[in-house]
Write a protein of this length. Structure first.
Length: 127
């Protein structure tokens, strides 16, 4: 995920976002001539049955994140996901940072649900 690029690499419209990668990105097991598939995030607000379901639309969330993060992005930053710490604010998040964020978010969800059985969990567990 840390190779997902900000526009123009990722494109947005009202129905979908096509995630593009920063130049030079090569997936872990790909060969140089490998065609990289660009994931697409679709809008599901039009099919949501309840008003609250519209709030969790991933396209909506990505649009809001991108719009709000633009004011923090360092000049020429190509990566979509940014750090917000004091000395690295606006820099692209590293793999390690994103793994930590993912693990902390899932731990928070377990704790919020009153569960504590996440001791063996790590970011790779989500694959």
């Amino acid at each position: 995920m840390n190779a997902v690029g900000r526009p123009p690499y990722t494109t947005f419209d009202h129905k979908q976002a096509v995630l593009g990668y920063i130049p030079g990105f090569l997936p872990k097991h790909a060969r140089p001539n490998h065609k990289i598939i660009q994931p697409t995030i679709h809008d599901f607000r039009s099919v949501a049955k309840e008003p609250d379901e519209k709030l969790i639309c991933p396209l909506r969330a990505l649009n809001i994140y991108y719009t709000r993060s633009c004011k923090y992005a360092k000049q020429n930053e190509k990566r979509m996901f940014l750090t917000f710490g004091s000395n690295k604010k606006g820099s692209g998040a590293t793999k390690m940072t994103m793994a930590r964020w993912l693990k902390e978010t899932i731990q928070f969800a377990y704790e919020s649900a009153g569960e504590s059985d996440y001791d063996d969990f790590n970011a790779h567990s989500t694959r």
